[in-house]
Design a protein around this ligand. Structure first.
Ligand code: ACO
Length: 438
C-alpha cells in the first residue's frame, strides 16, 4: 500500500525513477494481491494523463460538410472545435496507450506493478480482443489483468467505481483506468444531428491502494435499458450481425434521439450528483469542483448550475475545444483542471456522467495528492522509452514463438507448413514508436 509519504510529489525526493525500486513500489512489496489487507485501505488517484489527435475540425469546417452553422453549434451545444483521429494508424488503443503511459509517468509507477487495466470505450479496437489487452501489451504491463467496460459516456466513472472496489477488497494495489474513444469512426458524417457533437481522445488515471484517508470515497451507478434505442449503433452485434444490407443502410453509425437524451441527461446529472454526495456524507456546499461529462453546455447549465445551484466557477468545462469525447471526456477534463490549478489536496470533486444504455454514474473524490508534477529527468525518460521498446520487442518475440509452433509439425519426421505467414513487424498500430509521450 502507498502511505502518505509515498504519494507522488511527497515521494519525489526519494524516488529514483520508474523502475522496480521506486518509492511507490517499495511500499507495495510484501503487500501482495493475495495477502489480506492490513489496516484501512483507500483508493487514491495518483497519476493522470490524456492524449488527443492533432487534427482539429472546427465548426466552420463542418459547415463545408453538412448543412449547419458555427452559430447553431455554438449556441445549441457550446462546442467550437473537436479533435479527430484522421490518421488510420491512430486508434482507440494508441490514444489510450499514450494516455496510460502519461498517467504511469505522473505516478512514477512501473507498468509491471499494475494489477488491472480497465478500458472504458464504445469504439473498441475490435469486438474482441479487448482494447485493454492491446494496451496492456503496449505498456508491457505483464502482471495485469485487462478488460473493456461498456457503459458509453458513463463508462469512465463506472470504471473508477470498479477500480475502487478491487482496491478496497484487497484484490489490487494499482488499477489503471482508461477512457478512450474514436467515435469519429462511428459517426455518420452526413448526419448533422450527430456529427457536430463528437470528438476523439483518451484519458487515464492510475488508482492506487493507499493508507491515506480519502480518494474515491463514494460512487453511484444507474441504468435504464428501456431507453436503449435512444442512442444506439444498431448493427454489428448479435442482434443485427454485419451484412451488406446493414452497411449500405448506415446501421453501423450512431443513431440518436437528441431531445430525449437531453431531457434524460439533465435529470440524471443532478440526481446522480445528489445521490453520490449523500452517500459520501457531503453537501453541495462541500464540493470544490464538479467535472461533468462534456456533452453539451446547456445540459451542464440546466443540471449542475440551475438544479444543484453549484456556482459556475466550481464546474469545469472544456467541451468548447474537444466536443463530446464520450467516456474520455471526464479524464481529459480532469487533466486540464489539474493543469489549470483547479485541483488541490483536500478538495472534494464530483465526476458525473450519462450516456447510452441509458446509463449514468457519479463518483465523489477527496483529492489527496500534490498536483505540481515534476518533469521526468533525462535518465528516467530514457529508461521509460527503453521499457516501451522492450515491451514491443517482447510482444514481437511472443508472436514469433507462436508462429514457430504453428509452422513446425508435431511429427518430427514431417515438414514445416509453408502456408502460414510469419508475424509482420507492425502487425498492430502499437508496434511502432507511435503513442509515445516522452
Ligand atoms: N445544424 C443546424 N441545425 C440542426 C443541427 C445542426 N447541426 N442539428 C439539428 N438541427 C436542427 C434540427 O433538424 C431541428 O430542425 P427542425 O426544427 O426543422 O426539425 C432544429 O435544429 C432543432 O433541433 P433540436 O433537436 O430541437 O435541437 P436541440 O436544441 O434539442 O439540440 C442537440 C440538439 C444538440 C443534439 C441536443 O438535443 C443534445 O445535445 N442532446 C443530447 C445529446 C447527447 O448528449 N448525446 C450524447 C450522449 S453521450 C453518449 O453516450 C455517446
Amino acid at each position: 500500500m502507498v502511505d502518505a509519504t509515498e504519494l507522488p510529489g511527497a515521494s519525489k525526493a526519494t524516488s529514483n525513477g520508474s523502475g522496480p525500486e521506486s518509492a511507490a513500489d517499495k511500499t507495495t512489496a510484501g503487500s501482495t494481491r493475495s495477502g489480506a489487507p492490513s489496516g484501512p485501505r483507500y483508493a487514491q488517484i495518483i497519476g493522470w494523463g490524456y492524449e488527443v489527435p492533432s487534427k482539429v475540425i472546427t465548426n466552420h469546417d463542418l459547415e463545408q460538410i453538412v448543412e449547419t452553422s458555427d452559430e447553431w453549434i455554438r449556441t445549441r451545444t457550446g462546442i467550437e472545435e473537436r479533435r479527430v483521429a484522421s490518421d488510420p494508424q491512430e486508434t482507440t488503443a494508441t490514444l489510450g496507450l499514450a494516455a496510460a503511459r502519461k498517467a504511469l509517468e505522473v505516478a512514477d509507477v512501473h507498468p509491471s506493478k499494475v494489477d488491472l487495466i480497465i478500458c472504458s470505450t464504445s469504439s473498441p479496437e475490435h469486438i474482441f480482443p479487448s482494447t485493454a489487452s492491446i494496451i496492456q501489451d503496449g505498456l508491457g504491463a505483464t502482471n495485469a489483468g485487462a478488460f473493456d467496460l461498456s457503459a458509453a459516456c458513463s463508462g469512465f466513472v463506472y470504471a473508477l467505481s470498479m477500480a475502487r472496489g478491487h482496491i478496497l477488497a484487497g484484490d489490487a494495489e494499482y488499477v489503471l483506468v482508461i477512457g478512450a474513444e474514436t467515435l469519429s469512426r462511428l459517426v455518420d458524417w452526413t448526419d448533422r444531428n450527430t456529427c457536430v457533437l463528437f470528438g476523439d481522445g483518451a484519458g487515464a488515471v492510475l488508482v492506487a491502494a493507499s493508507s491515506v484517508p480519502g480518494g474515491i470515497i463514494a460512487s453511484e451507478l444507474g441504468s435504464d435499458g428501456s431507453g436503449a434505442d435512444l442512442l444506439i449503433v444498431p448493427a454489428g452485434g448479435s442482434a443485427i450481425p454485419p451484412s451488406l444490407e446493414t452497411v449500405s443502410s448506415g446501421n453501423h453509425f450512431i443513431k440518436m434521439d437528441g431531445k430525449a437524451v437531453f431531457r434524460f441527461a439533465v435529470r440524471v446529472m443532478s440526481d446522480a450528483t445528489k445521490a453520490v454526495l449523500a452517500r459520501a456524507g457531503l453537501s453541495t456546499d462541500d464540493v470544490d469542483l464538479v467535472i461533468p461529462h462534456q456533452a453539451n453546455l446547456r445540459i451542464v447549465q440546466n443540471s449542475v448550475l440551475k438544479q444543484l445551484r453549484i456556482p459556475e466557477e466550481k464546474v469545469f468545462v472544456n467541451l468548447q475545444r474537444y466536443g463530446n469525447t464520450s467516456t474520455a471526456s471526464i479524464p481529459i477534463a480532469l487533466c486540464e483542471a489539474i493543469k489549470a490549478g483547479k485541483v488541490k489536496p483536500g478538495d472534494h470533486l464530483v465526476f458525473v456522467g450519462f450516456g447510452a444504455g441509458l446509463t449514468w454514474a457519479a463518483c465523489a473524490v477527496q483529492w489527496s495528492v500534490p498536483t505540481d508534477r515534476q518533469e521526468a529527468d533525462w535518465w528516467r525518460a530514457t529508461r521509460r522509452q527503453a521499457g516501451y521498446q522492450a515491451a514491443a520487442a517482447r510482444s514481437m518475440w511472443r508472436r514469433a514463438v507462436r508462429w514457430v509452433y504453428q509452422v513446425w509439425p508435431d511429427d518430427p519426421e514431417g515438414s514445416p507448413r509453408r502456408d502460414i505467414e510469419p508475424p509482420k513487424e507492425r502487425e498492430t498500430p502499437l508496434n511502432g514508436a507511435r503513442g509515445g509521450d516522452d
